[in-house]
Design a protein around this ligand. Structure first.
Ligand code: NAD
Length: 544
């Protein structure tokens, strides 16, 4: 064999997009000169899945399983995705929340092979050059983070890359986007996490975070380069800290087919699940009294979508806002609190309302005081504050509401506002409970964005949408709410099981594509928007 043929054979095995490992057939081994590089046995995808499953289960911790799966993804993408799809309830918590949280915190420890792109501040003049690599010619979906607000774990710097990698694995698993069409990107603008920066193993740029105009200029350079290189690409902003999350969404949503999953994806997931819960309680959305705990990107996104949904159901904006109370670190958000961020100012309540509420004597109205006075039907946590929903608050809520809806959505599990089993116990099983991460508590719904973003992305791409509108997210939320799940006695989960996530993504995609068309945002031919066409476009993890 010639040296080039030897090199090509090795390249075939070391590229995770082409490697089939022992599943290369005898003919392929002849054709590509693979004999000797592989053991003689010719395996099948199924036998490979079984071998990897066994090795996976022999690991001692979920973090080790996470690292194992990351290495598998970097060596054989088809096998990785086939394994993930073979058992979504087992695999999702390993490749995504909650384990991905530790995966980000310990990203540098398990650094092995490059995946995706690190665009660092010192390389800001090279961004176009880096994106020009022909390896990215097929890219259709980008998930990008700057690592500043990773789940509820704060600034993880370059370790935040775990999130774009994990989310894109779900785009493939749930929406059938081919692995060669996804690109995880981490904008490395430094980190203010001292422990990371001082860790000798840290793989990121060791500098305090770049902020202000320099930050904005960097992102502008990035977005322009993406627009030039990947016209029509779908870009998902992920785990940016509050103000940047909003600013980037607003600045770029008309220039780039893009959305912010923390704001819009969470909102659609929470509202969709709430609509499913309302089906159980029988109280119409317009009569719900909703308390939101943690009014950052996720919480205020949920609030704004709830306002829109209530308005669509007949309320005017003032009446819709009157049904929502937002609590943040300074307690109930009141209009006389100075320097409220814009998103929180929209949710601020009139201070006249709280007369007599403050029984604790603190200089703020606590969650407990809000619950005692508002008698909420719904309590949603997006604060990243562990155990913030205490027994007294939940018991108080259950005193006046027949079936309280309680969603402690913060991730990972270590940041959840309450354990779902406790909420069920404190309410005598009356509560309808949803959590961000999977706890394994029977009857509890996992209210996670994975129910929304793969379908929204798929629908936007299939329709050739020129923008992702709020109405497309509303269509996704309503469709999710209709899909239902659980059991007739009202004890089961509110959403379809995790095993059905591919069907969920398809249903959401069909609804999103139809909405894009209705709004004049779709550029694809109408035939491309049907359920059949979209389903046919979804990649299955099988060897070519
Ligand atoms: P964020 O930082 O934008 O918002 C967090 C908010 O909580 C901020 O406004 C902060 O001031 C507030 N907060 C902090 N301490 C508080 C306290 N003691 N009391 C009340 N409020 C307090 O972050 P985000 O993007 O909104 O995410 C928040 C949490 O929601 C994270 O844990 C994240 O994992 C979770 N989340 C879950 C899902 C899901 O799919 N289930 C989706 C998105 C976000």
């Amino acid at each position: 064999m010639s040296p080039t043929r030897h090199a090509a054979a090795r390249a075939l095995l070391s590229d995770p997009l082409t490697n089939k490992g022992t599943a290369f057939t005898a003919e392929e081994r002849d054709a590509f000169g693979l004999h000797g590089l592989l053991p003689p046995h010719v395996g099948t995808l199924d036998s490979q899945i079984e071998r990897r499953r066994k090795a996976l289960e022999e690991k001692e911790s979920d973090f080790q399983r996470y690292a194992f799966l990351r290495e598998l993804q970097d060596s054989n993408e088809v096998l990785f995705h086939a394994l993930v799809q073979s058992d979504l309830p087992r695999m999702l918590p390993l490749v995504y929340t909650p384990t991905v949280g530790e995966g980000c915190e310990r990203f540098s420890e398990i650094w092995r092979r490059p995946r995706g792109l690190f665009l660092s501040y010192p390389n800001r003049d090279r961004i176009s050059d880096i994106l020009a690599d022909p390896a990215y010619d097929r890219v259709k979906v980008i998930v990008v983070s700057d690592g500043e607000r990773i789940l509820g774990l704060g600034d993880q710097g370059a370790g935040g890359m775990g999130i774009p990698i994990g989310k894109l694995a779900l785009y493939t698993a749930c929406a059938g986007i081919h692995p060669s069409e996804v690109l995880p990107i981490l904008l490395d603008l430094g980190t203010d996490n001292h422990a990371r920066r001082e860790d000798p193993l840290y793989v990121g740029w060791r500098a305090p975070r770049v902020r202000g105009q320099d930050y904005d200029d960097f992102v502008e350079t990035f977005v322009s380069a993406v627009n030039d290189r990947f016209p029509g690409v779908l870009l998902q902003w992920e785990d940016f800290a509050g103000k940047n999350a909003y600013d980037l969404l607003v600045r770029y949503r008309d220039r780039l087919l893009s959305f912010n999953d923390d704001i819009q994806g969470t909102a659609a997931t929470a509202v969709g699940t709430l609509l499913a819960a309302i089906g159980r309680t029988g109280v119409p959305l317009t009569e719900q009294r909703v308390v939101l705990f943690g009014a950052g990107a996720a919480g205020s996104g949920v609030a704004e979508m709830l306002v829109q949904a209530m308005m669509a159901d007949g309320l005017d904006e003032k009446a819709a806002r009157a049904n929502i109370w937002a609590v943040d670190r300074d307690g109930l958000i009141l209009s006389d609190i100075p320097r409220l961020p814009q998103q929180q100012a929209k949710l601020a309540r009139d201070p006249a309302e709280i007369e007599g509420w403050n029984v604790s004597g603190q200089n703020m109205i606590s969650l407990q005081e809000v619950v005692a006075n508002v008698h909420p039907t719904v309590l949603i946590g997006t604060s990243g504050q562990k155990a913030a929903f205490d027994e007294r608050t939940i018991r108080t809520m259950a005193e006046t509401v027949e079936r309280p809806v309680v969603f402690p959505l913060s991730n990972p599990i270590s940041r959840a506002e309450a354990h779902p089993a406790d909420i069920l116990e404190w309410t005598g099983g009356k509560a309808i409970v949803g959590t961000g991460s999977p706890f394994g508590t029977p009857g509890v719904t996992q209210v996670n964005n994975v129910y929304i973003f793969p379908g929204v992305g798929l629908g936007a791409l299939a329709s050739g949408a020129t923008a992702v509108s709020d109405a497309m997210f509303m269509a996704a939320a309503r469709r999710l709410g209709e899909l239902g799940g659980g059991t007739q006695d009202g004890r089961g989960g509110l959403l379809p099981a995790v095993t059905e996530l591919r069907d969920v993504a398809l249903e959401i995609a069909v609804a999103v594509a139809a909405q894009a068309q209705a709004e004049g945002l779709a550029t694809a031919e109408p035939e491309a928007l049907t359920r059949e066409s979209i389903a046919a476009s979804m990649w299955q993890a099988r060897y070519a």
